[in-house]
Design a protein around this ligand. Structure first.
Ligand SMILES: Cc1ncc(C[n+]2csc(CCOP(=O)(O)OP(=O)(O)O)c2C)c(N)n1
Ligand SMILES: [Mg+2]
Length: 203
């Protein structure tokens, strides 16, 4: 039997899934499903930790490729260096890192290493301006007593992309998902794709 608090959490999740997305935000499920359908069969996806990880785990379909994750109790900042390792090991394979806006900042300096050694990088960032996973638990389990989970001052990721000589893509409209994801994947240069994400979205 489901515990009462688990049931309340599940109901809250459902309710939030049904609400309309705020302007500029795209449903993470749609984005991951699009990524999954446009990436090559033997591609490598690396994922960070948090909601971004759960969305990727839930909706990315691994075919002949690999899915690299630091797992439960995992380490924020894992995805970018893992992508560098994967690309060094398999230079011909398509490699994409999926990150949250906080975890990305923990190891984004490795983009400098990749740039220095000519290792191409593709990074998709879900920008929800929160430590989303922790925020979600504060909402569902701690009666919305939010503390320390807002990161309104996320840096300008387009400036970060420019600093590392990467191309920059932004996705803020659901109907542009496929075309943006495709352009990001087909870009021969290293690139960052930032996805506008609802802080209230559930994983
Ligand atoms: C190094 C490290 N510090 C703290 C945590 C605890 N933690 C797990 S998920 C998370 C929030 C992650 O936020 P973000 O990277 O923006 O991902 P989101 O959940 O918003 O997709 C935190 C703080 C962790 N897993 N690793
Ligand atoms: Mg976040």
């Amino acid at each position: 039997m489901m515990r009462r608090e688990d049931r309340a959490a599940a109901e809250a999740k459902l309710k939030l899934r049904r609400r309309e997305l705020p302007k500029g935000c795209v449903d993470p499920e749609t984005v991951i499903r699009s990524l999954s359908s446009h990436m090559k069969k033997d591609a490598v996806l690396t994922v960070d930790v948090g909601q971004n990880q759960i969305w990727a785990c839930s909706y990315y379909q691994v075919r002949d490729g690999s899915f690299l994750t630091s797992g439960g109790m995992g380490t924020m900042g894992y995805a970018v260096p893992a992508a560098m390792g994967a690309k060094l090991a398999f230079p011909k394979k398509e490699v994409v890192a999926v990150c949250g806006d906080a975890g990305f900042q923990m190891t984004m300096m490795e983009l400098g290493t990749m740039h220095q050694y000519g290792v191409p990088a593709k990074v998709l960032i879900f920008k929800n301006n929160t430590l989303g996973m922790v925020y979600q638990y504060q909402k569902l389990r701690y009666d919305r007593r939010y503390f320390g989970t807002s990161i309104d001052d996320t840096p300008d990721f387009s400036a970060i992309a420019k600093a590392y000589e990467m191309n920059y893509y932004q996705l803020n409209e659901e109907k542009k998902t496929d075309e943006t994801v495709q352009a990001f994947l087909e870009d021969e240069k290293s690139a960052i794709l930032v996805v506008g994400t609802d802080p209230e979205a559930m994983a």
